[in-house]
Design a protein around this ligand. Structure first.
Ligand SMILES: Cc1cc2nc3c(=O)[nH]c(=O)nc-3n(C[C@H](O)[C@H](O)[C@H](O)COP(=O)(O)OP(=O)(O)OC[C@H]3O[C@@H](n4cnc5c(N)ncnc54)[C@H](O)[C@@H]3O)c2cc1C
Length: 347
C-alpha cells in the first residue's frame, strides 16, 4: 500500500510593490522558495511612479539595518551632517560615511523588484486590488501604504497621522550634497531641506505637521522659502498622509499589515523607509514559518518603546498648542537635550 503525500503549495498575495511589499516578498522566498508569492502593483511601472517619488528619500542604515544599505544608482548623496534646528538652537550631528544617504528611491525600489524576480516572486503590474475578497492567497500582506487599502475597505482602525507637502526644486541655491536640514516650527511640525539629484542641484523641500490641522501647507512652504531666500525651479510636487507610529491592527485574520499600512513611520520625524523594510523582513519570516500570530508581538517589541514616547510627546503637545504653541519648541529642546533622543531625531 502506498501513502500519497499531497503537498499543497502555500500562496501569498501582497498588495503593493513599494519597499514594504517587495521586502516581504524577498524575505519569504529567501526563507522558503516553495511558497508562491504574487505582488500586485496598481501602477504600470514599479518604482518609477508617483508613489516612488512620494518621499524625502533620507535613509540611514545603522546596526541591524545595515543589510538595507543602498548601492550604486540607488544613492543620490551620502549624508555626513544633519542640522536639526529647534527654535533658535542648532543640534548638529555628524555621520560617518556609509551610514546616511539620500536615496534615488525609485531606483532603489526597482533594485528590490529585480531582486524579488530573481527569487521567483511574480510581479503583477497594472493590477489595482479593489477588494481583499478578490485575493485567494492563504496569506495576504497589505503593503499598500497610507491610507491602507484594506483597512479602509474593512473599516479597521487607523492610527495617528500627519500631513505633508513637498516640492522638488532644481538649480537650488540650497543644494548641499552632504547635509540634511530639519527645522521644527511651533505649529507642531517641521520643514526639511534634503539634497536630491546632484546633476540638477535638486533639493526636496517639504513640510509636515503632526495631526490633522487645516493649515495650507503649500502657503507655509512658500513663506518658509521666501523667509530663508531659498530659490530654485519647482519640477515635482508630492504630499499626503504620513502615519506617525504604529497603526493597529498589525494582523487581522490572515492579513498582515506592513510598512505605512501597519507600523507607520517614526512618530517624531516621519522616517518610514527603514520601518517599511524592517516590517517586511519580520512579516516575511513569520509567513515562511507560518507563524502569523508572532508578527504583532515582534512588531510591538521592535517599535513600541519609541512609539510610546513619540506619541505621548505629540499628544502632550496637542494640548500645549492650545495653551501656547511656543511650548512645543521648549518641550522639543528638552527632549533633544536628553542626547539619546537627539540621535533618534537625526537618524
Ligand atoms: C512627503 C513625504 C516625505 C517622506 N520623507 C521620508 C524620508 O525622508 N525618509 C523616510 O524614511 N521616510 C519618509 N517618508 C515616509 C516613507 O515614504 C514611507 O514610510 C514609506 O514609503 C512606506 O513604504 P511602504 O512600502 O509601506 O508604502 P508606499 O511607499 O506607499 O508603497 C505602497 C505601494 O502600494 C501600491 N498600492 C497602493 N494601493 C494599491 C492597490 N489597491 N493595489 C495595488 N497596489 C497598490 C502603491 O502604488 C505603492 O507602490 C515620507 C513620506 C512622505 C509622504
Amino acid at each position: 500500500m502506498y501513502t500519497v503525500w499531497l503537498v499543497r503549495r502555500i500562496k501569498v498575495d501582497i498588495i503593493g510593490a513599494g519597499l514594504s511589499g517587495l521586502n516581504t516578498a524577498i524575505t519569504i522566498k529567501e526563507r522558503d522558495p516553495a511558497i508562491k508569492v504574487i505582488v500586485h502593483e496598481k501602477y504600470k511601472e514599479i518604482g518609477y511612479n508617483h508613489e516612488g517619488r512620494r518621499c524625502g528619500e533620507a535613509h540611514t542604515v545603522e546596526s541591524e539595518w545595515i543589510k538595507w544599505k543602498p548601492t550604486g544608482k540607488s544613492i543620490y548623496n551620502t549624508i555626513l551632517h544633519a542640522d536639526v534646528i529647534i527654535g533658535k538652537k542648532h543640534y548638529f550631528a555628524q555621520r560617518p560615511p556609509g551610514v546616511g544617504f539620500i536615496l534615488n528611491r525609485q531606483e532603489y525600489i526597482c533594485q528590490l523588484a529585480r531582486d524579488a524576480e530573481k527569487h521567483g516572486v511574480i510581479l503583477q503590474t497594472n493590477d489595482k486590488i479593489k477588494s481583499v475578497d478578490n485575493l485567494d492567497g492563504d496569506v495576504i500582506v497589505d503593503g499598500s501604504g497610507c491610507p491602507s487599502t484594506v483597512k479602509r475597505e474593512l473599516n479597521l482602525g487607523t492610527g495617528f497621522t500627519g500631513t505633508t507637502y513637498q516640492e522638488t526644486m532644481e538649480n537650488s541655491n540650497c543644494f548641499h550634497a552632504d547635509t540634511i536640514q530639519i527645522i521644527f516650527t511651533n505649529l507642531l511640525g517641521y520643514f526639511w531641506v534634503f539634497p536630491r539629484n546632484p546633476e540638477k542641484k535638486e533639493i526636496n523641500i517639504g513640510v509636515a505637521t503632526f495631526g490633522k490641522f487645516r493649515y495650507n501647507l503649500r502657503e507655509m512652504l512658500t513663506s518658509f522659502k521666501e523667509g530663508n531666500n531659498i530659490t530654485g525651479t519647482v519640477n515635482y510636487v508630492v504630499g499626503g498622509l504620513v502615519p506617525l507610529g504604529l497603526q493597529r491592527p498589525f494582523l487581522y485574520r490572515n492579513i498582515l499589515f506592513v510598512g505605512d499600512a501597519g507600523v507607520g513611520a517614526f512618530p517624531l520625524t516621519g522616517q518610514g523607509i527603514y520601518r517599511a523594510l524592517m516590517s517586511g523582513d519580520i512579516a516575511g519570516r513569520c509567513i515562511a514559518q507560518m507563524k502569523l500570530k508572532k508578527y504583532p508581538s515582534i512588531i510591538r517589541k521592535e517599535f513600541m518603546q519609541w512609539d510610546v514616547i513619540g506619541s505621548i510627546f505629540i499628544k502632550m503637545n496637542l494640548i500645549f498648542r492650545k495653551i501656547n504653541p511656543g511650548l512645543f519648541i521648549t518641550s522639543l529642546n528638552f527632549l533633544a537635550k536628553q542626547g539619546k533622543q537627539l540621535s533618534l531625531l537625526t537618524h
